[in-house]
Design a protein around this ligand. Structure first.
Ligand code: NAP
Length: 248
């Protein structure tokens, strides 16, 4: 399949989970894929080879998305290696859950820095080459929790809600430059991030989902293909929920 043939795509946090699924799905659609990882070095290196085997260009970079300077260096490295950045997917994210009463300043600051500041860092650096070529699609991975809130995740929910405001603002600022900016809000998706949840909590989540099951990372990746491709050429400023109907 060739929906993304010739496009150069950068995804943050692709060593596992949703990021990994997007990186391989994009490669299968003919895109050249640059991606980042931070702590999962071996997984990142293995992914590079897996995507290259699809017959496209692929390169993994060890880079901390929450570091402003590192983000700028990363975009420069990707541009010199790939020529340009057509699509940026801000996917890197973490959780540090706890009820507000017990939440430390460190839990708050770290989640805001990794989940929200990273989106600012990468987007700010990537729009330079995108403005030059008058083309770009930015996809930010938020969460249904950013729309609805979630007890025990005030930090995470705030970071994800912030991403939605940021996404809409960038869409308004850069639409005239042919740069689109959309968000995907996954619901409950089976990845290492959700593996740590108590089975009873998972059961409760699933009960509340009209489709009565958790989603798969590949199902999020399929929606990202749409937003990365020219099939969505007139779509910007939107939040696409991929949640089995959870927030309906
Ligand atoms: P995951 O399996 O834990 O993967 C997270 C990825 O982010 C890893 O590749 C990790 O890389 C990377 N990462 C973390 N901190 C980073 C940093 N500072 N710089 C660069 N990369 C970093 O999580 P996931 O479930 O796939 O989640 C992916 C995104 O979807 C997140 O933004 C998450 O909030 C969002 N989301 C997930 C769900 C869900 O149900 N799973 C639902 C809604 C939204 P290393 O391991 O190499 O450090």
């Amino acid at each position: 399949m060739t929906l993304l043939k010739g496009k150069n795509i950068l995804i943050t946090g692709a060593s596992k989970g949703i990021g990994r699924a997007m990186a391989t799905a994009f490669g299968r659609e003919g895109a050249n894929v640059a991606f980042t990882y931070l702590s999962s070095i071996e997984k990142g290196q293995a992914l590079e080879q897996e995507i290259q085997a699809l017959g496209v260009k692929a390169k993994g970079f060890r880079s901390d998305a929450s570091d402003f300077q590192a983000a700028e260096e990363l975009i420069n490295a990707v541009v010199s290696e790939f020529g340009t950045v057509d699509v940026l997917v801000n996917n890197a994210g973490i959780t540090k859950d706890g009820l507000l009463m017990r939440m430390s300043e460190e839990q708050w600051d770290t989640v805001i820095k990794v989940n929200l500041k990273s989106v600012f860092n990468l987007t700010k650096a990537a729009i330079k080459p995108m403005m030059k070529q008058k083309y770009g699609s930015i996809i930010n991975i938020t969460s249904v929790v950013g729309i609805r809130g979630n007890a025990g995740q005030a930090n995470y929910a705030a970071s994800k809600a912030g991403i939605i405001g940021f996404t809409k603002s960038v869409a308004l600022e850069l639409g005239s430059r042919n740069i689109r900016c959309n968000a995907i809000a996954p619901g409950f998706i089976e990845t290492e991030m959700t593996d740590v949840l108590d089975p009873k909590v998972k059961e409760e989540w699933e009960k509340g989902i009209p489709m009565k099951r958790a989603g798969k990372a590949e199902e999020v990746a399929n929606c990202a293909i749409f937003l990365a491709s020219d099939l969505s050429a007139y779509v910007t400023g939107q939040v696409l929920q991929v949640d089995g109907g959870m927030l309906t």
